[in-house]
Design a protein around this ligand. Sequence first.
Ligand code: ACO
Length: 334
Amino acid sequence: MAYAAFRSIGAYAPEKILTNEDLSQMVDTTDEWITKRTGIKERHIAAENETTSDMGVKAAKKAIERSGIDPAQIDMVVCATISPDYFCMPSTATIISNKLGLGNVTAFDISAACTGFVYILSIAKAFIESGMKKNVLIVGAEKLSAITDYTDRGTCILFGDGAGAAIISATEKKEEAIIDVHTGADGTYADLLMTPNGGTGSPHDSLTQEAGSCFMQMKGNETFKVAVRTLTKDVVDILKANNIESSDIKHFVPHQANYRIIKAVGDALGMKEEQVVLTVAKYGNTSGASIPMAINDIYESGELKAGELLLLDAFGGGLTWGSALVPFSPLLRF
Ligand code: ACO
């Protein structure tokens, strides 16, 4: 049987930085409020002409190079995004695969908001384990600044842009394999986090409304409470199902939405500070890109070593959630 191995990671954060101080000039807020309530200090913002696929390509190039796998061997590209290059089609994954020159590969996007990366990990794992694909490029990429209302202080302080990518490939070695991925969703909470306009469900039934119609709206406080509950349960379930203790986890990589959510979940699970990967202060919430950007941070700082066990945990609009137990299994070892 083929198993699926997490081979490599890459990420990209745009050059421009939007600080809390900058935001306090735009809306009625302060650095102190944002820091205390979210842990965010700054976020990266894409250039006006920089698309989600541009960022995805930059992250993907690093992941491919670090994987040691010939790009010609990549047979599927899946992109998780809620801020695609184009609203309906083509998919951002097809644009990314074309820009990378990957030729005729299977390529498609999925929409699971901040849980997107865990969802595409589960898709890559399933395709590889079924024998349908061998080397899958997964990309979480977001230009959330394009769907953020910079007059709404309740949301604009949270979001940033960026991309992260990974190569998942077939292996026969069970010790290299992704152990488990759990995903879930509950549409009864759909109205907590949404872009209410610009689709066929909008009051105007229009796909061509003016800029601003696709802005995100969020019931932050309610979302916060459901997030802590769901994330904690999700992790408890996946650890129990696989007979793994939280102390066995080398790097706990939660979705980077809010420091208080991460702290509450980490504490409930008995995670030590050194186990918890935190990038929320410098990137804010980059939705589907947040987990791979965080993994890339520990990779580039030399903290992530071959064989170490990652626990991923995410939560987002939908509502969706997911968690994964992933040993880091690079082919190239330095
Ligand atoms: N600056 C100053 N004051 C503010 C700001 C701001 N930026 N935003 C809100 N406030 C005010 C509110 O108006 C309110 O004032 P009031 O008491 O006079 O009415 C007060 O602060 C408290 O507001 P809350 O919304 O209750 O603040 P809370 O502590 O919940 O923090 C936040 C808000 C940061 C949004 C938090 O609720 C949160 O992080 N929620 C979860 C976000 C999340 O995880 N989303 C899921 C993933 S996102 C995705 O899928 C794309």
